[in-house]
Design a protein around this ligand. Sequence first.
Ligand code: SF4
Length: 302
Amino acid sequence: MVIEAAMSRPANAAASRRPPWIRVRLRAAGHFAKVAQTLRVTALPTVCEEADCPNQSECFSRGTATVMILGKRCTRQCRFCAVKSAIPYPVDPSEPERVAALARELALRHVVVTSVTRDDLPDGGAELFAETITRLKVLPGVTVEVLTPDFGGDEHLVATVLFAEPQVFNHNLETVRRLQPAVRPQAGYERSLKVLSVAAAWRPRPIVKSGLMVGLGETDEELMETLADLRSAGCRSLTLGQYLAPTREHWPVSRFVPPEQFARYREQALALGFTAVAAGPLVRSSYRADQLTAEARMMANG
Ligand code: SF4
């Protein structure tokens, strides 16, 4: 349950009911062509493309992308996610170097690395995360954010990633406690909180970040309880966005939350002690990740 962004294109009748604030204007400007072409050349999948993220053109145009390692096939079947569930291919040990080559080629300043969940691997892919972080951190001026799976809640595997010292450790809780068994049946609310608390207790402490979706059936009260639980786990950076079902077969959208309500959620999250919060209908876990990291760092230093 890594890819909260996996939920974008209007593939069903609900699309016609989408409110105007959900419609995405596609703009290809700035670095868009270069990022798209370099991704093709390096043959690296991005969550932007795999999850059909609505912010693709904006992020590519800003010269940022979230790179997926460990392949495109996930061993889990979260009900909201557009990523394919199938038996994964073997790990490609060249991925860390190819990610670093991509970052060099595009002169990226903040690189987000994520993956599907690899329950088939003894280490859940933790070593490849660590190797990728290490390769990126030697690049001058580059900060690294990882958006990880839960590694089955194994603290040692979480520690394997943290040893490499990413500046941001992100793991998405995705939804409120009550909906977890139905929406992410192979994950767990407490398990994800534990992963985040391991990161928050690590020294040097990374910025600990998580993401939630609204529109899965949660109430506002449940949402506030979840924010409080994230704060108790040591999480201080947050993304909050609208869930959009990728197809009719996915979990249905329960409500569309207007931008002004997202603004209220943001204020409530800040009041709970989060130091950097991105909240809005089209916000996804790595949306403007560079800006959110800069905000969290400024608050930590200030
Ligand atoms: S664990 Fe797999 S199915 Fe669940 S959100 Fe992540 S990529 Fe999608």
